[in-house]
Design a protein around this ligand. Structure first.
Ligand SMILES: *Cc1c(COP(=O)(O)O)cnc(C)c1O
Length: 393
């Protein structure tokens, strides 16, 4: 049986895995202590649970538990990483390097720093969304203190050459931050192998709860210094004051464990489903183009442009399927995708794009249903377009 509506917007958020919810529940109702309470069993239980979760979360990126700082999500992690590193390293220099296809939660903190007197270099990408590591190397100056490049893009799924970029940063002694929100749990990430100094991720993008994230902050080779965003009780080594949301932290830990146990197998399954969807659409429709890199891409990502069709109208025509369009909200605001524009896509193809984000709970049956629906609706919309009819006789 096909259950509608069908969810294919897993880059925006994911369903909290029922196993994650089960693990969280006791920490709302019975074990509701404050993890910072040192004087009674409620506090100790909470602290134990946080400790176990911290290990699970550290382990999925090859870090140690003391290097994990809990936050409210990747937006806060990115802000803490970028503003925190900029402020703490101001005496060493004022130059930051990032790329034009980053998430707004990286772009906007960098813009704010620019207004405050920092210098920001915005690296371009090629037509697949890839950064050229040599361009990274050329952009580094004696004043560069931080480089921030995402691991996987949230719109087109492009996977950046993180290891190469990490090597360059190491050689030049520049701090390397990566927003790995889309990559953790879906593609292999190891902070040691990849030379990553600071890394942001978020539970709700990997089948955990909304409202909790983490920042990995390297403790040795080098020991990274960050200025905290807020002051208070000095939790999380003084980097993030505030009572820990123990149930969310517990859920985040279990979510990491579940992903870690099945990364390779799940990537294979999602790649097969994704390619099936792509094939089913592209083999039966003309003028469909893939946005992003054909192979260096997240397993669950399929971003297509349907020439002659407005993505937003197509989206509305498929009201039983949850997907995103390149001109609709990728954030709280609605504007044409800065990522698709950066690939050099003309405006009409930016507007003609749809992003399918496949995840753990999608089935082959759903893929076939969605492919048929897309096919039918695109053909109907093109048939109604006088311009399309005139040019495609
Ligand atoms: C979703 C997302 C964010 C924001 O994460 P929140 O936890 O929702 O704040 C940041 N970066 C990327 C790449 C994302 O996909």
């Amino acid at each position: 049986m096909l259950h509608s509506p069908i969810y294919m917007d897993n880059h925006a958020t994911t369903r909290t895995d029922p196993r994650v919810v089960d693990a969280m529940l006791p920490y709302f109702t019975d074990r509701y202590g404050n993890a910072a309470s040192k004087n009674h069993v409620f506090g100790w239980q909470a602290e134990e649970a946080v400790k176990a979760a911290r290990r699970q979360i550290a382990s999925i990126i090859g870090a140690t538990d003391r290097e994990i700082v809990f936050t409210s999500g990747a937006t806060e992690s990115n802000n803490l990483a970028i503003k925190g590193a900029a402020q703490a390293n101001r005496p060493q220099g004022n130059h930051i390097i990032t790329s034009v296809t980053e998430h707004k939660a990286v772009l906007d903190p960098c813009k704010r720093l620019e207004r405050e007197g920092f210098q920001v270099s915005w690296l371009p990408v090629d037509r697949f969304g890839l950064i050229d590591p040599e361009a990274v190397e050329r952009a580094i100056t004696p004043k560069t203190i931080l480089l921030s490049i995402m691991a996987a893009n949230n719109e087109i799924g492009t996977l950046q050459p993180i290891q190469e970029i990490g090597r360059i940063c190491k050689a030049k002694s520049v701090l390397f931050h990566t927003d790995a929100t889309q990559a953790v749990g879906k593609a292999p990430i190891d902070v040691e192998e990849m030379g990553i100094d600071i890394l942001s991720f978020s539970a709700h993008k990997m089948y955990g709860p909304k409202g909790v994230g983490a920042l990995y902050v390297r403790r040795r080779d080098p020991r990274v210094r960050l200025e905290p965003l807020f002051d208070g009780g000095g939790h999380e080594h003084g980097l993030r004051s505030g009572t820990l949301p123990v149930p969310l932290v517990v859920g985040f830990g279990v979510a990491c464990d579940l992903c870690a146990g099945e990364t390779v197998e799940e990537a294979r399954r999602l790649t097969a489903l994704r390619d099936r969807l792509h094939r089913a659409i592209a083999s039966r429709l003309d003028d469909v183009s893939l946005n992003g890199h054909p192979t260096k891409r997240l397993p669950g990502n399929l971003n297509l442009s349907f020439a002659g069709v407005k993505g937003e109208a197509l989206l509305i025509s498929m009201k039983d399927v949850a997907v995103s369009s390149g001109s609709a909200c990728t954030s709280a605001q609605s504007a044409p995708s800065h990522v698709l524009k950066a690939l050099g896509l003309p405006d009409d193809l930016v507007d003609a794009s749809l992003r399918f984000g496949l995840g753990r709970f999608n089935t082959e049956e759903e893929i076939d249903f969605v492919a048929d629906l897309v096919l039918r609706n695109v053909m109907a919309m093109r048939a109604q377009s006088p311009i399309w009819q005139m040019t495609h006789r």
